[in-house]
Design a protein around this ligand. Structure first.
Ligand code: ZN
Length: 69
């Protein structure tokens, strides 16, 4: 499990779609993509996140500061 901070740049997340979803920038390669995942009340993202650019990043992540609606 790794923790992803809100912000801009590599290894961060930001809210999209009226804060119902998030984009993350891959901590490994910097590829930016929207999550197609469930974000739980404890801010964990399910299932685990695999980088769409196939850089090898594949982790369970938690979005620090995510506000559950
Ligand atoms: Zn990547």
């Amino acid at each position: 499990m790794i923790e992803i901070s809100q912000g801009f740049g590599i290894g961060t997340w930001r809210a999209v779609r009226d804060s119902t979803s998030a984009r993350i920038t891959c901590p490994n390669c910097g590829f930016d993509a929207e999550l197609d995942h469930e974000i739980a009340e404890d801010r964990t993202v399910n299932p685990s996140v695999e980088c769409p650019a196939n850089c090898g990043f594949h982790e369970h992540i938690r979005l620090m500061g995510w506000k559950v609606k």
